[in-house]
Design a protein around this ligand. Structure first.
Ligand code: UD1
Length: 349
């Protein structure tokens, strides 16, 4: 096996875990990342975790919108496929700064596609999101549900999916897999790499983790009047290592199926878990009490979202293995070993 994969955003949360699984699977990996919301430490730790495979990892600090720099990467290596993670992902910030999101996510992706086409690399795996299902009329979400963009961030995911479908329509040599992630949580079981958002976390588990290590006093629960088992929102949490393995399955599919075209797959577990169930599981795993403050619903939040996993199981031969106990165990292991993420108390807020 000497396949070489370009990973954009490979220093980020899902990116770094996927780079590790790629290396362990025998792939050569080149990461490009502008380190906007990620740390180069993640890359060096991945290289250590990969052991002898660590030598197959190269890193370039680069913004995808820097077309000349990206072109140089494609000139110096030839890639069998690209996995495209790089992008901004904070919903609230995207509402405040829509142009920042459209510029970064859309221009970055368009530049990447242009450079790929110029170098004859037409195999792509893209990080989409369950956010494109909005507030689904029913669950589980299947890939053929109607799509929408609920906010600028969500619209960038939706637009990029549409751009990819148009690329394939215009040139059937493209082979593209769009992966719709549900809610990635947890960390590598080593506790060496994990999620380290800058600023105040937007998502549930990074916030819970920061309460557990004493960085924040309480968790605000957004809404306990939903029509769910305990009134709190229900989501499909998926262990980040399972999610990463889903990318390896997708890359293999690109190489094995010459008729893949442009396909979309959900990556989730198919199980719905409420906010309170998740908090209880984390308290059990960590032995820490998470003080709660009940608040109103967060704007734009759906009530119940979980995946149908049938298509990915059938066509990618991939299925999530871990449950919420393992997710919380590994999340706590990472938090306990790295209470300040990859940084220090001095450079956090
Ligand atoms: C959120 C984004 C979604 C994005 C995804 C990325 C919104 C509206 N949606 O999804 O577009 O693709 O993250 O992972 O931001 N919760 C709390 N307290 C908190 C944080 C969250 O109660 O401090 C609740 C939420 O109301 C929700 C659940 O926890 O019921 C999960 O929230 P979150 O982790 O932000 O994920 P999503 O809302 O599914």
């Amino acid at each position: 096996m000497d396949k070489k994969i370009l990973v954009t955003g490979g220093a980020g949360y899902v990116g770094s875990h996927t780079v590790l699984q790629l290396l362990l699977g025998g792939f050569k990996v080149v990461v490009v990342d502008n380190l906007d919301n990620s740390s180069e430490t993640a890359i060096s730790r991945v290289a250590v975790l990969a052991g002898e495979f660590g030598r197959n990892l190269t890193f370039h600090k680069l913004d995808l919108r820097d077309k000349a720099a990206l072109d140089r990467v494609f000139t110096s290596s030839s890639f069998n496929a690209v996995i495209h993670f790089a992008g901004l992902k904070a919903v609230g910030e995207s509402v405040q700064k829509p142009l920042l999101y459209y510029n970064n996510n859309l221009i970055g992706t368009i530049t990447l596609l242009e450079v790929m086409a110029a170098h004859g690399c037409k195999e792509l795996v893209f990080s989409s999101s369950a956010t494109v299902y909005g507030w689904p009329k029913k669950v589980p979400c299947t890939e053929d549900f109607p799509l929408c963009g609920m906010n600028p961030y969500g619209r960038t995911k939706f637009f990029i999916e549409e751009i990819c479908r148009d690329m394939y329509r215009s040139d059937p040599e493209w082979k593209i897999i769009l992966l719709r992630y549900f809610n990635p949580v947890g960390a590598h079981p080593s506790g060496f790499i994990g999620e380290d958002p800058s600023g105040i976390p937007n998502n549930l588990m990074p916030f819970v983790q920061q309460v557990a290590v004493g960085r924040r006093p309480t968790l605000t629960v957004y809404g306990n009047d939903y029509s769910t088992k305990d009134g709190t929102g229900v989501r499909d949490y998926i262990h980040v290592v399972d999610l990463s393995d889903g990318h390896i399955a997708a890359v293999r599919k690109l190489f094995e199926d010459s008729n893949i075209g442009c396909e979309v797959y959900n990556l989730g577990t198919g199980k719905g878990t409420s906010v309170l169930e998740m908090v209880t599981a984390f308290e059990k795993a960590s032995g820490k009490k998470i003080p709660l403050v009940m608040a109103g619903r967060r704007g734009g939040d759906a009530e119940i979202v979980y995946a149908s996993t049938e298509k990915a199981e059938r066509e990618l031969n991939w299925k999530a293995k871990f449950g919420i106990e393992e997710m919380c165990r590994d999340q706590w292991n990472w938090a306990n070993r790295n209470p300040w993420g990859y940084g220090s108390p001095d450079d956090q807020n």
